[in-house]
Design a protein around this ligand. Structure first.
Ligand SMILES: CC(C)(COP(=O)(O)OP(=O)(O)OC[C@H]1O[C@@H](n2cnc3c(N)ncnc32)[C@H](O)[C@@H]1OP(=O)(O)O)[C@@H](O)C(=O)NCCC(=O)NCCS
Length: 194
């Protein structure tokens, strides 16, 4: 049953193709590559992410993660993607979450890159590829991003892709176990995608 639900989610969301990157919904078959990459990148990612649950990298927790993804996609709440390079290698992930319809028509973007793949320009390409999906297919009009004020790589990525700084939110998210202030960025449908 869970297997069929996972398949269904993958089919609900199209594969998004960018310049030298492909984004698609996570599948059970990605588990080993995902767990290996996350495990190898643990200390690289740790300062920028919520604390990982103790069992996060287990197959069971991954299965639960996929079930949550299916539910969120079906309910138009979130759209998770894995990012693959031109060789088809899993390099990272990017998730559209907190979809708000009604008078907001907005979502949040979050991303991570495996340490060994960072600095190759791949997340810039992934975010550029995702923007038309958000604005044209999901018909949202705004993508929000929050990052730590000292996350130079993330700030550079957002600025390169056309996001504009909109504010500063105090104790906005609990990152690495600490409630930390964040810079708030957004890209509007009416902005040129960088
Ligand atoms: C942020 C992150 C996703 C960027 O992915 P990436 O594929 O490495 O990004 P790109 O290579 O497309 O672009 C990164 C840019 O930041 C720059 N950069 C990287 N590290 C930097 C640093 N320490 N100081 C200044 N600039 C830096 C790169 O030079 C590049 O800019 P350029 O093209 O002008 O040279 C990746 O670094 C990462 O996963 N970091 C840890 C987790 C994280 O920060 N997640 C986001 C939380 S908001």
């Amino acid at each position: 049953m869970a297997f069929f639900r996972t398949l269904a989610a993958a089919e609900l969301v199209p594969t998004v193709a960018g310049e030298g990157v492909t984004l698609r919904t996570p599948q059970m078959a990605d588990y080993q590559a995902w767990a290996d990459l996350r495990s190898a990148s643990r200390s690289f990612l740790r300062p920028w992410e919520p604390i990982w649950p103790a069992d996060d990298l287990t197959r069971l927790a991954y299965r639960r993660r996929l079930k949550r993804y299916v539910r969120e996609i079906e309910q138009d709440q979130a759209y998770p993607f894995f990012v693959f390079d031109a060789e088809g290698q899993l390099v990272g992930g990017v998730t559209l979450s907190q979809v708000r319809r009604g008078v907001a028509q907005t979502c949040s973007v979050g991303y991570w890159m495996g340490e060994r793949h960072a600095g190759r320009g791949l997340m810039t390409k992934a975010v550029r590829a995702l923007a038309p999906f958000v604005f044209t297919q999901l018909k949202l009009r705004r993508i929000e991003a929050a990052c730590l004020p000292f996350n130079a790589a993330s700030i550079r990525l957002l600025e390169k892709t056309g996001f504009q700084k909109e504010g500063y939110a105090r104790e906005y998210l609990c990152i690495d176990g600490v409630w930390q202030d964040h810079l708030l960025y957004a890209l509007l449908r009416s902005d040129a995608v960088g």
